[in-house]
Write a protein that binds this ligand. Structure first.
Ligand SMILES: O=C(O)[C@@](O)(COP(=O)(O)O)[C@H](O)[C@H](O)COP(=O)(O)O
Ligand SMILES: [Mg+2]
Length: 415
């Protein structure tokens, strides 16, 4: 038997083992609490300790986390691999982002980054396709894939939604996308919407000769999501969309399994992420959320617009780099830039993030003075101009749709 208490979870010179999950935190110790004392509490409460000193069987201490590299407001914690259930993301998050977020011992604490050991990382499936969707499901090789959400976000009838999809597809967009809050409301029922939209998709494919697809929002309780996923597969769809934060990672893991049965790619919308990651001193960073998304197996995830859109983002280039980097053979994830984009923002966006992304433009297409098809053409023209190395204003001289968009929105970012 061994006695354990908070101080036993600190070893400032600790060298992590290859099997450790290593997490970086920033924290502000509570009143009268030193960094070292706070760090011990973080490591203890997020692994297997508690406030009272305990006498425990020796092997229990092998599961205890260790706080080290304790600096000014920063601490790193190494978690033994055996603390975790392989392949169970909710269990892992209940450790590293669980009770510690509410401890009195800290005024604030933020999980900033994780280094995932091979054994734990490969206990997850990772994405099926990642950036390969651009060639395996779409015809978007060598350029950014494009997507559009019909606007208004909700309220269109099923017929109107499908028609907007058709106009955007023939205007050049690759993907129609449901908004994060459009599911199966009375004015636009899921089943009808899916069927009618794929009919329009087939027409647009015949007319353009390009493969087109639809990011269908299946967000609901898990059982219902699986039924909706089946319907998308039956209708010849290639993608499902899930609000991964509001649905939760256990639902994502279940959807990943069933999506693979049908070869469906998963588009992750991150609605509610800012409740976790907006404050730079508390919560869970978008970087960690993106890591969790890759491991659990989504193919796309929204990561921001490098500050060019209407929403606050953190470190989009850094997160995108992690999503496309090596991870023990797991597939990459295709980042989605979305939120307040329009044709005038395309050049600086691609300069900042490269072309291996999805560019989602909603209001920047459907708010075009000449309508959806013209808005879609303007987006495509902005991308063509960028690829030809021509600035948008010059290219617009003989591309009226782009000219109209630049006249209306210029090249600035909406607020
Ligand atoms: O509802 C919206 O605002 C959007 O459909 C964008 O519409 P617009 O193109 O009309 O702006 C997306 O949900 C956000 O981009 C999500 O944010 P993020 O990508 O940061 O997760
Ligand atoms: Mg939206």
């Amino acid at each position: 038997m061994t006695g354990i208490e908070y101080a036993d979870f600190v070893d400032d010179g600790y060298e992590p083992r290859d099997t450790d999950l290593v997490c970086q935190f920033v924290l502000d110790p509570g009143e009268g609490m030193s960094m070292v004392d706070a760090a011990g509490r973080v490591a203890s409460e997020s692994s297997n300790g508690t406030w009272a000193a305990l006498n425990v069987p020796d092997r229990v201490t092998e599961l205890s986390a260790t706080a080290f590299d304790i600096g000014d407001g920063e601490v790193t914690v190494a978690y033994p691999g055996d603390l975790f259930e392989a392949g169970n993301m909710p269990q892992i998050l209940s450790c590293i982002a669980g009770n510690i977020m509410g401890m009195k011992a800290v005024d604030s604490i933020r999980l900033v980054d994780c280094e995932w050991p091979e054994e734990l990382a490969t206990s997850f499936p990772g994405p099926q396709y990642g950036s390969d969707v651009k060639t395996e499901i779409l015809d978007a090789e060598g350029r950014p894939a494009t997507a559009t959400v019909p606007k208004p976000k909700v309220g269109l009838s099923t017929e109107q939604h499908a028609q907007v999809g058709y106009d955007a597809w023939v205007g050049g967009v690759d993907l129609l996308k449901d908004d994060e809050n459009l599911t199966n409301q009375s004015f636009n029922r899921f089943e009808d919407r899916v069927k009618q939209s794929f009919e329009m998709r087939d027409r647009a494919e015949d007319e353009t000769g390009d493969r087109k697809d639809y990011l269908v929002n299946i967000t609901a309780d898990t059982e219902t999501m699986l039924d909706r996923l089946e319907l998308v597969a039956e209708q010849g769809g290639g993608f499902v969309m899930v609000d991964v934060i509001t649905c939760g990672w256990s639902a994502v893991q279940t959807v990943r399994e069933h999506a693979a049965d049908h070869g469906l790619a998963i588009h992750a919308h991150r609605a509610m992420h800012a409740a976790f990651d907006r404050l730079d001193h508390h919560g869970v960073s978008m970087r960690v959320l993106a890591q969790v998304a890759r491991l659990t197996g989504v193919d796309h995830i929204h990561t921001g617009t490098a500050g060019l859109g209407k929403l606050e983002n953190e470190d989009t280039p850094g997160i995108n780099e992690w999503l496309s980097g090596d991870l023990y053979g797991l597939s990459d994830v295709l980042p989605v830039a979305s939120g307040g984009l329009h044709p005038g923002t395309v050049a600086p966006l691609l300069d900042a993030l490269g072309q291996d992304i999805i560019v989602q433009v909603g209001g920047g297409i459907h708010g075009h003075p000449d309508g959806t098809e013209a808005g879609a053409r303007a987006l495509q023209q902005a991308i063509d101009a960028y690829q030809d190395g021509v600035d948008a204003a010059t290219y617009a001289e003989d591309h009226p749709e782009l000219a109209t968009a630049l006249e209306k929105w210029g090249t600035g970012s909406p607020r």
